[in-house]
Design a protein around this ligand. Structure first.
Ligand code: FUC
Length: 838
């Protein structure tokens, strides 16, 4: 409270004099109780980030990103803008694919995968760009002469308010710095204050790793970086960017030289940063970066920091406050975040889980805003000209994982940049489907970038995967299923249909068993030893699951829209001819068509469990044998893995209804990087560590924690499906479920529901599975569930019966008791459920 009161007073200029007198008093008070007074949803540290980027703290507004180091004497703020990418509009298809396709298919069907791979390397692998690079803009450096000796240092990121703060004392003066990324005005604002007047003196300068750039001071006395991004793999760098930095002070004086702005003896100062590019869309770079940056700066800098802050709180909390999570408190939360991370495995610190959970939502709000680019491999935060994997969009898992929390954690608007990218890939990928595979519809390989390339990326081992269209378009289907918005379904139907259409032409009949299979296909990034290390195969389990989903979405959509019936019928017939899932001799879910999985394979990708999550083709309740096989596979692969793979595993164990195992993975993920014998973990700023930093694991874990508490994928809403022993009491609010439902509140005690409040936005049958028997408060109508769920958003396509190896030992899941109810709901009504204590 003290911190917030301080700001209210501070915001009003009338109080300025009074402020100076009272400020020291407040600061003294507040510093003493800082740890207790700040929101529990705060990352905080006792030391600056110094040189370590993954110690710095991220802010962003979906277009601009900044990493704030909190260094006392030499503050460093590393800047990003969402469209600063190397290269320019380009395609990377390889038209030689088409001629070689029959031969590659024949070789694979004959078991000559290695030969097929060699031929595909020559003919399918791209001879052009393998994707462009997301690049940094540069650094703002702020030097504070004489601040080398300081005390009472604290650095924090308050994710409830989206403010980064630094405070410390030098010579009896308390200095504070706050920074925000304004959503409404598209500037980053850094606000510098001191507890005594006239104490703010610093010099500000810029640096950039961009080679084609200049740094200067313009006629407005703004620090500028003007540049053009670099060429890469034969594609000319064409993104022009402009960064403007302006300083406004209260009191004191400002001056400048060629490349530095100086502030002397001011009472306070605000630094405004605006960045813009010429990027209009993936085909068009005709924008005017100078005019744009100037317009952002003019608007942003016309407002005081406090005005920007006030608006920002509203804009940010509009999203953030929709969900709250309470898993209890403990003493373990009283130390800085980096120490909590070290202690987490041995301490009971449920608030670190809630912090990490909400941090996933904070990061999505900060890196993905409507109209902007989707969060890439590093969200929107990157300091390197050549970041790992170009910080682009790997669409065989990583980019999708970024958006797993979007619908369920009540941020559906933030899904938009990704969904827009899917429609753009659908445009670009039509040519790829036609030129490379003579197929209608559209497809994408395993990576894309800001130019929406859909041709193969990287060596053929990785690049040949063809499921990018099938998987990413499921996000559109999901977005529809959560809202039930029929207009939206109409608008995306062509994209869904195009993704399915590709397979109508691309599937081929397997010569032995007559199944329809993807050939050449892969199970992303893995290869069975039996194929001489070649990843190429026909009818891999994940490919079959993806085609199943691509077809099923169109079949259901065509029913709902009452159109394309004969096309849907043809998809039904083809869907029936896909290979069923198979359970192999080790009791595993087979990754390949043949029973050749190695039970000692610990590969991070377990792509054939796509069917368990994010898809719903496998479930302990509906397909118990397959679920047991999936469990055996998960156990054989082991827990140790890269960060994103841990994030996926949290979701898998949640879907397996095993909360304790899911929690074990959370423990792994919330461990300092390096402590999981070769696996991933977290950096001090709670960024997910592959390692290196990849943001997908943050988002994956936020999704997984939600899946432990609320699921709606399997034909019903399941409350508390995978509660671990450590979270026997808690509450969550605002979680969305398919079919337009919102779990407005869910409170539990001793692992049983105390109260559940569910809102229906579009009506329809609510089928509810819960751990304890419930009654409906003040109302009638709750009945034991019977038959199929009549709600159209809860129709789960029937998974074919698996083929089971005679050697497989399968132990069927032993599931806890649950009650299942049906309730007919009305649009706009809210229903409250209480324990049935009779
Ligand atoms: C895939 C993964 C890697 C990494 C990269 C971005 O290639 O196999 O682990 O996540 O994407």
């Amino acid at each position: 409270m003290i911190i917030r009161r301080k700001r209210e007073i501070y915001q009003n200029p009338k109080f300025y004099l009074m402020k100076n007198v009272m400020f020291s008093f407040f600061v003294l008070l507040s510093l003493q109780s800082y740890a207790q007074e700040s929101s529990p949803l705060t990352l905080w540290y006792k030391q600056p980030a110094a040189e370590v980027w993954t110690d710095a703290l991220p802010i962003g507004n979906g277009r601009l990103g900044a990493m704030i180091y909190g260094n006392v004497e030499n503050e460093l703020i590393r800047l990003n803008e969402h469209t600063v990418w190397s290269g320019g509009p380009n395609r990377n298809d390889n038209p030689d694919a088409l001629g070689a396709l029959p031969e590659i298919r024949r070789l694979i069907f004959e078991g000559k995968q290695k030969e097929a791979e060699q031929l595909a390397a020559k003919t399918i692998q791209s001879k052009k760009s393998h994707g462009q690079k997301f690049q940094p803009v540069g650094d703002l450096k702020i030097a504070f002469d004489g601040h080398n000796e300081f005390s009472q240092y604290r650095r924090e990121l308050d994710i409830e308010q989206a403010i980064s703060k630094v405070s410390y004392i030098v010579d009896g003066v308390t200095y504070t710095r706050e920074a925000i990324a304004s959503f409404a005005d598209n500037v980053i604002a850094v606000h510098l204050t001191a507890s005594k007047p006239g104490k703010i003196s610093f010099t500000a300068s810029m640096a950039t790793p961009q080679p084609n750039s200049t740094i200067a001071i313009n006629s407005e006395n703004e620090l500028t970086i003007s540049g053009t991004t670099t060429d890469h793999e034969g594609v000319q760098g064409q993104v022009k960017f402009k960064s403007l930095t302006k300083i406004k002070t209260l009191g004191g004086s400002t001056s400048s030289n060629d490349s530095t702005l100086m502030v002397k003896d001011a009472d306070e100062a605000t630094i405004y940063i605006a960045i813009a590019t010429n990027f209009n869309n993936y085909k068009d770079l005709a924008g005017d970066e100078n005019a744009r940056a100037q317009a952002f700066m003019a608007k942003g800098s016309s407002k005081s920091y406090d005005d920007l802050l006030k608006t920002n709180l509203v804009d940010y909390q509009k999203y953030f406050n929709r969900v709250s999570l309470d898993l209890g408190e403990s003493e373990a939360s009283n130390v800085p975040t980096d120490e909590r991370l070290k202690n987490f495995r041995s301490a009971n610190d449920p608030q670190l889980v809630t912090l990490y959970y909400q941090y996933g939502r904070y990061l999505l709000i900060s890196s993905s805003q409507p109209g902007g680019q989707p969060a890439n491999l590093q969200g929107i935060w990157n300091q390197q000209m050549s970041p790992p994997w170009d910080s682009k969009y790997t669409i065989n898992i990583n980019a999708q994982m970024n958006y797993w929390p979007a619908e369920k954690t009540n941020l559906p608007e933030l899904h938009e940049p990704f969904l827009k990218m899917v429609s753009e890939m659908a445009e670009a990928g039509e040519e790829t489907a036609r030129v490379m595979y003579d197929a209608r519809g559209w497809m994408a390989h395993h990576n894309t970038d800001i130019w929406r390339i859909t041709g193969p990326v990287d060596a053929i081992f990785w690049g040949i995967w063809s499921g990018g269209g099938a998987w990413t378009s499921q996000h559109m289907w999901d977005h529809f299923q959560y809202s039930g918005d029929m207009d939206y379904l109409k608008s995306i139907y062509p994209v869904l249909k195009g993704a399915a259409m590709f397979y109508v032409d691309f599937l081929v009949e397997h010569p032995d068993n007559k199944w329809l299979v993807v050939n050449p296909g892969t199970s992303p990034e893995n290869a069975p030893a039996a194929h001489d290390g070649s990843s190429l195969d026909a009818g891999t389990t994940m490919d079959n699951q993806l085609v199943f989903d691509a077809f099923s979405a169109v079949i259901q959509a065509s029913e709902m829209l009452g159109k394309d019936q004969s096309f849907a019928d043809s998809l039904r017939a083809m869907r029936d001819r896909l290979p069923p899932m198979q359970i192999g001799k080790h009791g595993q879910l087979q990754e390949w068509l043949d029973d050749i999985d190695d039970p000692n394979d610990h590969h991070r990708h377990i792509s054939h469990l796509y069917g368990l999550f994010p898809s719903n083709q496998i479930s302990p309740l509906r397909t118990p044998e397959l679920s047991s096989a999936a469990k055996n596979t998960l156990i054989q692969r082991g827990d140790v893995s890269t960060g994103w793979s841990m994030g996926w595993k949290v979701n898998w164990w949640a879907r397996m209804l095993d909360g304790n195992h899911a929690y074990k993975l959370i423990q792994n993920q919330l461990s300092p990087v390096g402590s999981n014998q070769g696996g991933g973990g977290s950096y001090n700023n709670l960024f997910d560590a592959h390692p290196p930093f990849q943001i997908d694991g943050n988002f994956g874990c936020t999704s997984g924690i939600t899946e432990m508490l609320v699921q709606s994928a399997n034909g019903e809403i399941h409350l508390l499906p995978a509660l671990p022993d450590v979270w026997q009491e808690g509450s969550i609010t605002g979680i969305r479920a398919k079919g337009g439902f919102e779990v407005v509140e869910l409170t539990w005690k001793d692992g049983k529901i105390e109260k559940a409040v569910i809102k229906s936005t579009i009506g329809g049958n609510l089928r509810l599975r819960v751990p304890n028997s419930l009654t409906l408060k003040n109302e009638k109508g709750l009945s034991k569930a019977s038959g199929e769920n009549a709600n159209p958003f809860y129709q789960v396509p029937v998974t074919a019966k698996p083929i089971v190896s005679p050697q497989a030992k399968i132990e069927l899941p032993n599931l806890g008791e649950t009650s299942v109810y049906d309730l007919k709901t009305e649009a706009g009504e809210t229903y409250e459920f209480m324990p049935n204590r009779q």
